[in-house]
Design a protein around this ligand. Structure first.
Ligand SMILES: [Zn+2]
Length: 92
């Protein structure tokens, strides 16, 4: 979980997981672009909208536009160096 400016990892081993760390760094970038609080408002509204559509937590969570961007690019460790601003809009 990433809450600017911190990344919280629940296992010591996870700190060594570069893909997970990259995923959370993508969320930090998203939060900075939206000045933190609006990120969470959009995140929750997007989640609730998807939850009403699917009635499935996992599906709703994975359809949040911020999560789609993070999951689609977490394996690319150079992603944040080449990412265009507000890239999550492509997932609308
Ligand atoms: Zn995420």
């Amino acid at each position: 979980m990433a809450i600017f400016p911190f990344i919280f990892l629940n296992k010591e081993a996870a700190k060594k997981d570069v893909v997970l760390l990259n995923h959370e760094k993508i969320h930090i970038r998203q939060q900075l672009e939206l000045l933190i609080v609006p990120f969470y408002l959009i995140y929750v509204v997007n989640y609730l909208y998807e939850l009403i559509q699917t009635w499935n937590h996992e599906q709703a969570y994975r359809k949040i536009l911020f999560e789609q961007e993070a999951y689609n690019n977490e394996s690319d460790l150079e992603y944040l160096n080449k990412r265009k601003k507000f890239a999550y809009i492509d997932y609308l």
